[in-house]
Design a protein around this ligand. Sequence first.
Ligand SMILES: [Fe+2]
Length: 459
Amino acid sequence: MSAALALPAGLRAPAATQGTQTCTVSGTLPPWLRGALVRTAPARFEVGAWRAAHWFDALGMLFAFDLTDTGVTLRHRDVESTIARRLAAGRNDIATFATPTQRSWAQRLRSLVPETSDNTNVNIVPRGDGLVALTETPTQLLVDPRTLAVTGTHAWRDSLGPLLMTAHPVFDRTTKRAVDVCTQLVGRSYLAAVEHDDVGRTELARWYTPRVPYVHSFGVTKRSVVLVAHPFTVLPLAMLASNRGYVDHFRWDGGAPTRLVILDRRGGPTREVEAPTGFVFHVIDAFDDGDDLVLDALVYRDPSIVDALRTEALTRALPSLGATATRFRVRPGRSAAEVSPLAAEPFEFPIIDARTPGVSRRFVWGADPQSGASCVLRIDLQGSETARFADGVHTWGEPVFVARPGSTDEGDGVVLTVGTDGERATLAILDARTLLEVGRAVAPIPLPLGFHGGFVRAR
Ligand SMILES: [Fe+2]
């Protein structure tokens, strides 16, 4: 039996697998801010003899801060997934991001394509009357908002079949439908832009490629869906019968450019333009500017950040998630994008006030959870001053923008961010424009740094 993992304070999870805690509130809870901040996070790095080899593989937990007239309550519950049950029973046979499975040769030959994980620890979004927790596989888990219990698997009523889907659906405020990107690795491989409601998906456009890039998020404009096809790609056949983690089949070709693949939402021809080589997890936003297409994204020099988030590296410290905010402008008829820096400060977990059209946007928010130097940032694209929220103690995660009801001005509202010092979790409510603290709610348990989530307003 190996020694228990010593994780940095920012990744420590509560001991209990579920519970409810009353928070201590200080400062002001804006009277219009009523509802739940719902998030998911990797939490359990060890189950019996199994150990997650990567941050992305730690088994997920869901949590919600409920903001009511009488105070703030924290509810949390480990994700009740098939992989959690399987690992608890000592079976490691479901493929994950970067942790090897232990399937026998017989098992591997019987099912050349392994079962994929339902460890939905990346994002949680509203769907229908409930919530759906997401990872980057075909499986999305339905979650009861009242109990955070998993109530089933979302079943698409369409003919597209089991495709990998991202954990970053983009809600189109015009069509009132979500846009997502699906990946098909079986047979002739492709990526497809789809649009969906709560029931079924419609394919908009398809891009065939023999080497499939790792796509974590993408851009959506009125006309297009934009993929960042960085040269971090996989030949799907290499994954057949493999026990290695998903990402460990990908290869980085630093001599190749990144391509922006522009899929026409109305099914017109696909366009590819070149951009400087770089690796991208998160697109900030995309928009049409006249005949130009603009994509804002956080760019790393290469995918070494993937290795920096392996568990062995994390036991030393949470690294800086310092990607460079970059603007790509694609002009009609040009084969290469024009590239310019968007902000001087590196960061991750970007968000915008999506009510504002990109062409006139001023603010981008983000965070860098780096151990000992964690901060939340507000970038001003039209000014030079960057606002910063940090205390040198807490590890702060993704900011979530909540607009003040009735307001239309960009950034009029708050950003919510969850931080931990390893012992206690804090929900900080910040003025979105200044990042000055408005109020906070402190829970008597830690919450691990997670990825994404959102605010569900009380009805
Ligand atoms: Fe993400």
